[in-house]
Design a protein. Sequence first.
Length: 408
Amino acid sequence: MSKHIMNEGYIGGDDFITSGKGSNIIINKKKILDLSLCAGSLILGHNSKIYRDSVREVLKLNISNFAAKNLHAANLSKTLKKIFPQYSKFIFCNSGTEAVIKSLRVARAISKKKLIISVSGSWHGSTGELLFTNDNKYRNIELSEGLDKNYSKNLKFIPYNNIENSKKILDKNRKKIMCIIIEPIQGCLPMNTKKYLKFLSDYANKNNITLIFDEIITGIRFNCSSVQNIFKLNPSISTFGKCLGGGFPMGIIALKKNIVNKLNKNKKNVFFGGTFSGNSINTYVGNKVTKFIIKNKKNIFEKLNEKAMYLQTQLNDFFIRFNYQARCYRFSSILRIVFTDKDIKNRTQRDFLEKKNRSAIDKFRKFLFKNKIYHSKNGIIFLATTTSYKDINYLIKIIQKGFKNKFH
Ligand SMILES: Cc1ncc(COP(=O)(O)O)c(C=O)c1O
């Protein structure tokens, strides 16, 4: 099979996933422990009861798609308003990428400026304008062929979790900034960076800069809420998706009242349309699953966090005891094993220190797969309510065996 039609989540040529239940997926008729869970979308695991019941209801109620205003999208909006009361408008689309593209469109519509400030290490999907990384001098590096050359001219990186250097770059460019966009807690190095986020939120507010939080992973996954709510931060636009689709594709652009007012006042007509935007099937299932999560939040999130903490502690105890160059980073139920024992603050440092261990990282992933564990190439480990202690203990045992045998 040509690699060109595969996305980077796939492993070998013929190892296609056929189905999933709970914490497992089936590949070539073999049960595999899934650490990806649809890139973090399935917080209740594969084929949860509420997901299956909702899909059955879709059929029973003759819910179809309409490409027009419908009750089910309105209901999901109402549910979102309960979790994010600070937003006055929720606009639906079909992927996180689409939500990010449209959030940048809004920011541009209300600004006369051009410069996007992106924060190193943040991932915003396949959004062309942001499909860059940075070198250690914060110069842009394209992550794909085929990007418009103007994208790079209008984009500048600041270093994640480095207040001093971020402030220098922001101050130097302040008058040119159209918006700042950040993945507040990053899948590439999940850890608590509240102080940095508070600095950025305050800087944007003080200087009247539109701040966009991309909470596509953390929206609802972080304690049935979000980074901005729990840390009391104040972005004016946010993007959500993943878990809030309940297993179906979802992208959400959330706008604060000040943004809606600016659009109205300046008679700005931002185009958000799309055949399947706010479609009733996705929003029906998304709403049912989200309401279930809200209703059972105490039980769901306490246990999820306990399990995630157990996995992190066990792995780090092992890495430290045997002097391995690895550490497990964690925020909420999002984890990542980083192949260095040095303390790191952001992805730039991570990439530099992991460089010499690239082939070990690759071998590690393949070793896990040989032992019936699917660890996606993006390196993020997501837990679901269905990931049991038995699963976690198996994972720990295999990781320990792998490190001891150099992944052979
Ligand atoms: C933080 C963040 N933003 C945006 C995206 C893009 O979302 P999608 O893959 O649904 O287009 C992702 C996807 O992994 C993400 O993690």
